[in-house]
Ligand binder design. Structure first.
Ligand code: SF4
Length: 391
């Protein structure tokens, strides 16, 4: 058995996860030597707009990074994978005045930033026109308050208006398949429109953090590799990968659960295609065993961040000798120190590696010092934790 399969065997929450042994072997060959500031680092993000906790990381418990929709739950596009459901739990701000009041309220309650988004029109544009002056006012009044905007499709003029409004990060979905655009999004737009949007955003001073939704074509991987090519031509500041949630789809157009081995292979290819930028696994992905497998492949393929990590991921990363960090923030905004550092004493370091080790000792009744010598880094301190692999 390979070293990495041995290591997986040591991580109790991964028992019975059913990882693909050939894929794990290949990842070990390709990424076993990952070292250095960026390649060897993995941040675990704990977004607070969704209740979260695992046995290893506690959620922050307060809404430091609320998600705000300028259309409330309304969206004209009604894509087959979403049907506007993603908007439902967000805070509505249907007018610029409501946005201003909401932001003031959120800041008074301790918010550090927000994601601003909204439903699309029939051309996959979010109509922010009326909001730019208010966003500028927010940034002028509260310069420390971070704003990440879901841009949808833009032309150069809109990209400049977004830049002028002072937002900190621009996010969009990159789709590389015309069939997916036509069938899943019901759009009369082209792959080139998506590439142009990327090109325009990257040409501004904005931090650009696009997403690829893996399995967007009814659960199949179709345009993902083409999307990677588009990103290689217009390299953003970071890339967020998410895995489609069939949960949102209707019975009329069902989605299958994406094959986790294929997802893992895509992680490897993404890492190889974009070696210079942080790759992050966003919070949307299937739950349960699939999540355990997907997250394990993400850690092994050298992704630099995981939002809402499955149980066992911190331990797996430590055992693979990665620099482990924890950031209590939306992964799309705080894409590592590289994009937007989050400073301050309240950043909240939630990993208690001693507790992880203690749990591991109790579970497996092994002698002390199992993880000794592996470096675990948090934002404010470095902790030396115990031992190597359990084998
Ligand atoms: S993915 Fe976006 S555009 Fe499509 S239905 Fe959901 S909110 Fe609307």
């Amino acid at each position: 058995m390979s070293d990495w399969l041995n290591i997986v065997d040591c991580v109790e929450p991964l028992e019975g996860a059913g990882l693909d042994a050939a894929l794990v072997d290949e990842m070990e060959r390709r990424f076993g030597g990952l070292q250095g500031e960026r390649a060897g680092r993995v941040n675990f993000y704990t977004p607070t707009f969704k209740a979260y906790s695992s046995s290893e990381i506690a959620g922050c418990g307060k809404s430091a990074w609320p998600a705000v929709s300028i259309t409330g739950g309304d969206c004209k596009l009604q894509c087959d994978h979403c049907k506007a459901k993603i908007l439902e739990p967000m805070l509505p701000a249907r007018t610029p005045e409501q946005l201003w009041a909401l932001v003031n309220e959120q800041i008074a309650g301790g918010a550090q930033g927000m994601l601003i988004t909204g439903g699309s029109n029939y051309r996959n544009e979010v109509e922010y026109d009326a909001y730019y002056p208010t966003i500028r006012r927010i940034k002028d009044t509260f310069p420390q308050f971070r704003i990440a905007m879901h841009t949808a499709l833009v032309d150069m003029d809109i990209a400049r208006r977004m830049e002028d409004s002072g937002i900190d990060a621009a996010m969009m979905d990159v789709i590389g398949s015309q069939d997916t655009i036509t069938q899943v999004y019901h759009l009369k737009r082209t792959v080139d429109d998506f590439e142009k949007t990327l090109e325009y955003l990257v040409s501004t001073q904005l931090k650009v953090v696009p997403h690829i939704v893996i399995g967007l074509h009814y659960g199949e991987l179709l345009g993902e590799w083409q999307a990677l090519e588009m990103l290689r031509r217009h390299v953003p500041d970071a890339l967020v990968l998410v895995v489609v949630m069939p949960f949102y789809a209707t019975g009329m157009r069902p989605f299958v659960s994406p094959d986790t081995t294929q997802v893992g292979r895509f992680f490897m290819d993404a890492r190889s295609a974009l070696p210079e930028i942080p790759l992050l696994l966003g919070c949307a992905r299937p739950a349960g065993r699939d999540k355990s497998r997907i997250d394990s492949y993400a850690v092994m393929a050298g992704l630099n961040g995981l939002a809402h990590p499955a149980d066992g991921m911190v331990e797996l990363a430590v055992r693979l000798q990665r620099d482990v960090r924890v950031t209590p923030s939306c992964c799309s905004i705080a894409v590592g120190d590289e994009v937007m550092a989050i400073d301050g004493a309240d950043s909240g370091i939630q990993v208690d590696i001693d507790q992880v080790i203690e749990q591991e000792r109790q579970r497996r009744a092994k002698p002390a010092g199992q993880l000794a010598g592996i470096r675990v880094v948090t934002e404010q301190k470095e902790a030396l934790a115990g031992g190597g692999c359990c084998s």
